[in-house]
Design a protein around this ligand. Structure first.
Ligand SMILES: NC(=O)c1ccc[n+]([C@@H]2O[C@H](COP(=O)([O-])OP(=O)(O)OC[C@H]3O[C@@H](n4cnc5c(N)ncnc54)[C@H](O)[C@@H]3O)[C@@H](O)[C@H]2O)c1
Length: 427
């Protein structure tokens, strides 16, 4: 980890980065923010659609995708079409993100590539003077994340991490309710993410394009920063299943939930984590590394606890966080509904709780709106209007929790975070 970047700097940087003024390199000849898009796979394509859909298409008036880059030519061609159809202009196409970054007319890059590529792409983008929207998790390791936070801080660039729940109206409401004391003191959060799929559709074995070959799938570019390995379509298109490119459930899913718990309850990095699980569901004919079953128990300072569980063999309970205060519960489920229950004792709420009425909000499709708001918040900040809601320092705080779970799971030991040294150790 970067020895010159202390824990104190890390905490201070949240405020410093969020307040950084926007400095645009170029802002195109048409006075729009010029965007380069790196990674146009499943998430990159979705993000781009949301960017164009946001505010009834208003982002089109302030920003333009001028370049797209991908290591699979099929996704690159789709991205070009997407920009043509939704943006009305023909972007340049790149196989090499470094060539895209060399284009000085580009102000901003979106990075939506596999986890292990965030670090080299982010560092190169900062060195090239770009503002960045980077997907979660911030990085593949804790050490890389610290370097990225420091680099962004030094460069004074606007960076948004793709933890879009912070821009979700229901979590914003939950945060306000906790601050108002609606559930009293909060010491305990239950968080979970359950999924299921049929036998012929194993978890995270996403469909490999029928035309994929070494000629249109750039294996060497995909491998940047990862251990050497022979060409492998599964590893390229199903990278989440391999430790070389992914931290598994912890960094793919759990980081959203530690992040939003930090946001709602005002927390940062846990003191300790104990994780356990394994490959229990998807064992047949499958060379996956990462667990499909994971539980993680976190303890934070000031008597705060997260009980997390994830399983890919039953989705009955779905996805959610339950903020369990001494005087009530707020749960946010599937990113689209919020329920509030005042606490009762012997069937009755105590006097100070009695005036708080149960509440249920249901907003189907609210995650789409959250992503749109998250992107708009980023583009506003880049244009000097307000601050990003998920700067790299908070992305790193969420990522540290995720990495702690992966490290604890792999070691079979409890892991402890040293706040002062910004280091972990096993106990
Ligand atoms: N915020 C969220 O809710 C959310 C949801 C899904 C995914 N994500 C994140 O988005 C990122 C991408 O995930 P995904 O599901 O889209 O994966 P994906 O495999 O569908 O897409 C990754 C894309 O990156 C491309 N790529 C690989 N190497 C490259 C290189 N060297 N240069 C340029 N392009 C390269 C691939 O060809 C592919 O098109 C991950 O970090 C993931 O965690 C975030």
């Amino acid at each position: 980890m970067s020895p010159d970047f202390s824990r104190r700097d890390f905490v201070k940087s949240a405020a410093a980065l969020a307040a950084a003024p926007a400095i645009l390199n170029a802002q195109g000849s048409n006075n729009k923010v010029a965007i380069g898009w790196i990674g146009t796979g499943s998430r990159g394509d979705y993000l781009m659609q949301r960017m164009y859909a946001a505010n009834n298409g208003a982002n089109k008036d302030v920003a333009q995708v001028v370049a797209v880059c991908d290591a699979y030519t099929g996704n690159l061609a789709r991205a070009k079409d997407r920009v043509l159809t939704l943006g009305g202009n023909a972007p340049k196409t790149y196989a090499d993100y470094k060539e895209l970054l060399a284009d000085k007319s580009i102000d901003v890059v979106f990075i939506a590539t596999p986890e292990h590529l965030h670090y080299p792409m982010f560092m190169a983008a900062i060195a090239a003077g770009k503002n960045i929207y980077v997907e979660k998790p911030l990085a593949h390791t804790i050490e890389q994340g610290f370097e990225m936070v420091a680099a962004a801080q030094k460069a004074g660039k606007v960076v948004q991490v793709g933890t879009q729940n912070r821009s979700n109206s229901l979590y914003i409401r939950a945060k306000e309710m906790v601050a108002q004391g609606m559930i009293g003191d909060v010491h305990y959060v239950r968080a979970f993410w359950y999924r299921n799929s049929l036998e012929d559709n194993p978890a995270w074995r996403y469909k490999i394009p029928a035309d994929a070959t070494p000629a249109n799938t750039d294996w060497q570019r995909f491998l940047e920063g990862a251990p050497e390995h022979d060409f492998d379509l599964q590893r390229f298109y199903q990278w989440r299943l391999y430790w070389d490119y992914s931290g598994g459930i912890s960094t793919d899913l759990l980081v959203h939930q530690t992040d939003i718990t930090n946001f709602v309850c005002g927390k940062t990095v846990p003191m300790s984590c104990m994780a356990s699980g394994g490959i229990y569901r998807w064992v047949n004919h499958d060379d996956r590394d990462v667990a499909d079953t994971l539980s993680a128990i976190y303890d934070y300072q000031d008597r705060f606890h997260i009980n997390y569980s994830c399983y890919f063999g039953n989705d009955h309970f779905g996805y959610g966080e339950q903020f369990m205060g001494n005087e009530g519960t707020i749960e946010v489920l599937n990113r689209q509904s919020l329920n509030f229950y005042p606490e009762k004792f012997g069937g009755k709420p105590p006097a100070q709780v009695a005036a708080r009425k149960e509440l249920s909000l249901n907003l189907p499709g609210n995650d789409n709106k959250a992503v749109e708001a998250h992107i708009t918040n980023f583009l506003d900040a880049v244009r000097g209007k307000g601050h990003v809601i998920a700067p790299p320092s908070v992305g790193q705080q969420a990522a540290i929790s995720g990495h702690m779970a992966t490290l604890s799971f792999k070691a079979g030991k409890k892991i402890v975070w040293d706040e002062v040294a910004s280091e972990y150790r096993f106990v």
